[in-house]
Write a protein that binds this ligand. Structure first.
Ligand SMILES: [Zn+2]
Length: 324
């Protein structure tokens, strides 16, 4: 019985490669900086060699490997296994990574974007377990989303579905790099959160944040604002309430549109915890239609930093099932 998957989380900063056993158990893991590879060829060679090495190191036979699963941020054609664009790596344009990996390793390979992969991980082994209809959101510099309908990932007609961060929240809001105006990301992303703190402190609002960064406002991060909020700092609390309200408004729309049973929220900012979630739930209750709002549970993601690896393993198993 083939029970192992090689899972790869190809991030902008780090590459993680792991052997995943029996669905979600990580047996061995390698983490290395992405900028170790200076160009497209070096990166593809690196990924295939590391995959073969970790198999050898784990003393597993190649025939016991179900496949390789790769998750990465960027524009990805999951059906054909092509990466259209990879943000941090030069020359990575329209690369048929699936075919190249299969040629170099002899192992069937599947790929998808990192948010879809995280969604699969949370659906099968995390906070979304048992849900048939679910929306998964990652908060950070950008805001990503994955949609599950009737137990399956919904990818859309050209595979771009789930861009919840680019749902317009304010018709007259600032221009976004997606081409739109006033996208939700502009009101809940890290840049907004940090900017709000800096502006308020500069205006003379009192806050322990200033002391926490030794007076250097450039050192403010969402984590610091979270810690300040944990200490009941009024300015920090008001920022999270503001962000929670923006998220709540968007999610009220999502709930009215899709009637999900779970909304799973992960990523750095979700570390703001109770305060953020309470505000989101309150806003949803005030704004969404009563029946679907009551039915939708808004919960924190469970899998943490390994979500990308566990999800990549799920992607392989699902891909194999579809092929058979
Ligand atoms: Zn946008």
């Amino acid at each position: 019985m083939r029970k192992y998957v090689i899972a790869i989380d190809l991030g902008g900063t780090n590459i993680k490669i792991a052997v995943v056993k029996d669905g979600r158990k990580i047996v061995n893991k390698i983490i290395l900086p992405t900028d170790l590879y200076k160009n497209k060829g070096a990166l593809i060679n690196g990924l295939s060699q590391l995959s073969l090495e970790i198999i050898k190191y784990s003393k597993i036979k190649k025939r016991d490997i179900l496949g390789i699963g790769i998750g990465t941020p960027g524009l990805i054609d999951s059906r054909r296994g092509i990466i259209h664009r990879l943000v941090n790596i030069k020359g990575f344009k329209d690369v048929p990574l699936k075919r190249l990996m299969e040629k170099k390793t002899g192992i069937q390979t599947f790929l998808d974007n990192d948010v879809n992969i995280m969604t699969l991980g949370e659906l099968h082994y995390g906070a979304g377990r048992g849900a048939k209809n679910m929306v998964c959101i990652t908060l950070g510099t950008g805001v990503g989303g994955g949609i599950v309908i009737d137990g399956r990932l919904y990818r859309g007609s050209c595979l771009s579905a789930g861009e919840i961060g680019h749902m317009p929240l304010n018709e007259h809001g600032p221009r976004c790099n997606c081409g739109g105006f006033g996208c939700m990301e502009k009101f809940v992303g890290n840049k907004y959160i940090i900017g709000a703190a800096v502006t308020k402190i500069k205006k003379g609002k009192k806050s322990i944040i200033k002391k926490m960064v030794g007076g250097d406002l450039r050192k403010i991060t969402p984590e610091i604002i979270s810690r300040a909020a944990g200490n009941r700092d009024r300015l920090a609390v008001s920022i999270w309430e503001d962000v929670g309200s923006h998220l709540g408004v968007t999610l009220a729309g999502v709930i009215n549109l899709l009637n999900p049973e779970k909304i799973v929220i992960g990523g750095g900012v979700s570390g703001a915890g109770r305060l953020l979630f309470e505000t989101i739930r309150k806003t949803v209750k005030e704004r969404a239609m009563k029946m679907p709002a009551k039915y939708a549970k808004i919960v924190k993601a469970k899998l943490g930093p390994d979500a990308g690896l566990i999800g990549a393993a799920v992607l392989v198993r699902l891909g194999k099932n579809d092929a058979n």
